[in-house]
Design a protein around this ligand. Structure first.
Ligand SMILES: Nc1nc2c(ncn2[C@@H]2O[C@H](COP(=O)(O)OP(=O)(O)OP(=O)(O)O)[C@@H](O)[C@H]2O)c(=O)[nH]1
Ligand SMILES: [Mg+2]
Length: 458
């Protein structure tokens, strides 16, 4: 049986209330040593899911530490599926820490980060993808991120994966029956039927993998890089979008040397916007390093905002830029629209035949709302995806990619008339990967990694 753990569940600081949480078989016994309900109720009279008002007593000095509310959740109807007690004290760091210490003195152990949720998982109340969704809910910084996290928490992903798992299990059972009775020349299910079923699952699974780009952007925010040759106004644009003087702006080319990353909110989404050194040919030594960082930012970016100075003619440095950004999703920004225009727009349009061109002035703010709309539309992508299931984690994507390959292999084996054993091996691999996402099978290392991301008390 696991021990009883405790932690402060609210942020470390001053606030309205602090919640101290206890979980494990001894929760109520430990709490009741310190708690004096004003109603005079006895421990065994405590009714689950009911809130009791009373005092926490320092047992040594017999003094009142604080007036608190205590809630008792009886196993399995609690967050961890164990007996849980939550004490809501006044929101001060000292008082919460004092109560935490008193609980430890009575034998509760300080919880590790994420240990409450880990217990909820180990006790089978939620699966691993739901446990991961708990941190996603906590870290959600936008409406869309929150919606997808809550849907995963409620089991939308689990339901889909479990359905595929069960269908593959049925396929596997048929295959194994055919293997066992192959001597007798019996075929339990037509190979075409098995093939059609695996293909149907593979198709849907592949579609789910495709949602990762969108899902990751929802969870982590899109990476948007500002790129252009020196002096086109990248840093000015960053400052204009942030509405603060964040980056240094000067009339000298080569002002920005390092990359600078800031968070920007556009309606209900957030993006990480990166200002970088200008790209140009024949850079000096320091510039070279800055340009390397700019290229790294481009590499990581989901979207490149490619900036040109519309008051100047195109030159070799613009050309260098154009070659480097063509492979990335991009939008073309023509800055300095407040100055006389000298840029050969048709020439540029020929280089970016399908791109959207947005004319702005970072200096006086013209066109910025249109630019924000374009970024927003890029992030939201194909709106048909918005309400359906998305995957948001690299761990899930990797498992699904392996499962997808295995299913394709099993289809190939069926089509080539190979024996059922070959097909079964690949179906098993696919099922195993689905099981890993759900945490039906797991290694402790993986749990340490997942729950290590949590805060203490969650
Ligand atoms: N008139 C006008 N000037 C601008 C505009 N945007 C930027 N500038 C000016 O252009 C010069 C360069 O601006 P920066 O924002 O430093 O350009 P940058 O692309 O970050 O330059 P590097 O960091 O050197 O690569 C500054 O003098 C800005 O004031 C604009 O929209 N209109
Ligand atoms: Mg700059």
């Amino acid at each position: 049986m696991s021990d009883t753990i405790t932690a402060i569940a609210t942020p470390m600081g001053e606030g309205g209330i602090s919640v101290i949480r206890i979980s494990g078989a001894q929760s109520l016994a430990i709490a009741s040593v310190l708690f004096r309900p004003s109603s005079g109720a006895k421990l065994k009279e405590f009714i689950p899911q009911r809130v009791y008002f009373g005092e926490i007593l320092d047992t040594q000095s017999q003094t009142c530490v604080d007036e608190v509310l205590l809630t008792y959740f009886k196993a399995p109807k609690s967050y961890t599926a164990e007996d849980v007690v939550e004490i809501s004290a006044h929101g001060g760091l000292f008082v919460a820490t004092k109560i935490l210490q008193l609980l430890q003195d009575q034998g509760a152990r300080l919880a590790e980060p994420g240990e409450f949720t880990r217990r909820a998982f180990l006790n089978g109340r939620i699966d691993l993808s739901q446990a991961e969704a708990v941190t996603d809910v906590i870290h959600a910084a936008s409406e869309r991120a929150l919606r997808s996290a809550v849907s995963q928490l409620k089991g939308s992903l689990s339901t889909q994966l479990n359905e595929w798992f069960e269908r593959l299990l049925a396929v596997l059972a048929q295959l194994e029956a055919s293997i066992d009775f192959s001597e007798e020349g019996l075929e339990f299910q037509k190979r075409e039927t098995t093939l059609a079923e695996i293909q149907a699952i593979q198709k849907d699974l592949h579609a789910l993998i495709q949602t990762y780009r969108q899902g990751k952007i929802f969870r982590e925010g899109a990476q948007v890089a500002l790129l252009g040759k020196p002096n086109v106004g990248k840093s000015s644009l960053l400052n204009a979008l942030l509405k603060e003087d964040r980056a240094i702006v000067t009339p000298l080319p080569g002002t920005t040397r390092d990359t600078l990353e800031e968070r920007l909110r556009i309606r209900d989404i957030h993006i990480n916007i990166i200002d970088a050194a200008g790209l140009r040919e024949n850079p000096e030594a320091i510039e070279k390093e800055g340009m390397q960082r700019a290229r790294a930012a481009l590499e990581r970016a989901d979207l490149a905002l490619v900036i040109f100075d519309s008051s100047e003619a195109l030159d070799a440095n613009d050309d260098l830029l154009i070659r480097e950004v063509l492979d990335k999703p991009h939008r073309i920004i023509l800055n300095k629209c407040d100055l006389p225009q000298r840029l050969e727009v048709p020439t540029l349009q020929a280089r970016f035949p399908n791109a959207e061109f947005i004319s702005i002035s970072a200096k006086n703010g013209t066109g910025l709302s249109g630019l924000c709309d374009a970024i927003y539309q890029f992030v939201m992508g194909d709106s048909s995806l918005n309400e359906t299931l998305v995957i948001t984690r690299e761990r899930h994507r990797q498992c699904l990619v392996t499962a997808n390959t295995a299913l394709l292999n099993s289809c190939a084996s069926l089509e080539q008339n190979l024996s059922e054993e070959f097909v079964a091996v690949d179906v098993t691999i696919a099922m195993d990967r689905l099981a890993v996402i759900l945490g039906k099978t797991f290694e402790d290392d993986l749990l340490d990694q997942i729950f290590g991301e949590f805060c203490i008390g969650k």
